[in-house]
Design a protein around this ligand. Structure first.
Ligand SMILES: N[C@@H](CCC(=O)N[C@@H](CS)C(=O)NCC(=O)O)C(=O)O
Length: 232
């Protein structure tokens, strides 16, 4: 029998929710230990050299990075597929997964969510307003203009819901938690798409889990995660 999978990382992180949603979609049993990278103990670096979440552990095997984990899960539990079967569709999904992980992640997470939520609430520091303004006024509008053209009307990035849609949907939920809402008159296609991805059942479940943790005491997070996952 293969060992059970444990995911280290707080579901407030979109990268963690991406991995949890994939496990849920693929019906793989797992446990989640809601580690917060900024307050994790010194030992965490042994399984995550960049002190980032998520990290997968299965027996002696550990693997950081949501994209590496997504590939591992796709190979070990192929059904349902989260990467398309054709080369161009698969390439497109990999590109948008990377675009979301890197560019959208930098703007939505570091420039917006980290500044507006993590710095004041967790680190008790002043946010950097210049970073917030750059994200809201320049980088996110440009990214939304690009995505508005690229996302097929009424559909997903490439065929069925894929890992790219899950990553994009999870990230924009963090933007909502930081007080951002899409201007549906300016980006109607993206507004409809973000509703569509938020309705992917496994992502909806993990977004609700992340939301349940927001504003609660980190000491209660393991109990909240265990009870929400057991009920889901
Ligand atoms: N490319 C990585 C990004 C992971 C990432 O940046 N996670 C954030 C949490 S949302 C983190 O751990 N940040 C802590 C840090 O960078 O110090 C992935 O896909 O897993």
């Amino acid at each position: 029998m293969t060992d059970q999978i444990t995911i280290y990382g707080s579901p407030v992180s979109p990268y963690v929710r991406k991995v949890l949603a994939i496990l849920d979609m693929k019906n793989v049993p797992f446990r989640c230990v809601p580690v917060v990278p900024f307050t994790a103990g010194e030992d965490f670096v042994k399984i995550s050299p960049m002190r980032r979440i998520p990290v997968l552990q299965q027996g002696d095997f550990t693997l950081p990075d949501s994209t590496a984990i997504a590939h591992y899960l796709e190979e070990t539990c192929p059904e349902p597929a989260i990467y398309p079967g054709d080369a161009q569709g698969r390439a497109r999904v990999r590109w948008f997964e990377e675009y979301a992980d890197d560019h959208l992640g930098r703007n939505i997470l570091f420039n917006l969510f980290f500044q507006r939520v993590v710095r004041p609430r967790v680190l008790k520091e002043e946010p950097d307003q210049a970073l917030i303004d750059e994200a809201l006024d320049v980088n996110l509008p440009a990214a939304l203009d690009y995505l508005e053209r690229e996302v097929p009307e009424g559909g997903f990035i490439a065929g069925d819901a894929s890992v790219a849609d899950i990553m994009i949907g999870a990230l924009f939920r963090n933007a909502n938690w930081a007080g951002w809402q899409i201007d549906a008159a300016r980006w109607p296609n993206m507004a409809a798409y973000l509703t569509r991805v938020a309705d992917i059942p496994s992502l909806a479940k993990m977004n609700a889990l992340g939301e349940a943790l927001m504003g609660t005491n980190p000491r209660e997070h393991q109990t909240i995660v265990d009870s929400q996952l057991a009920a889901a």
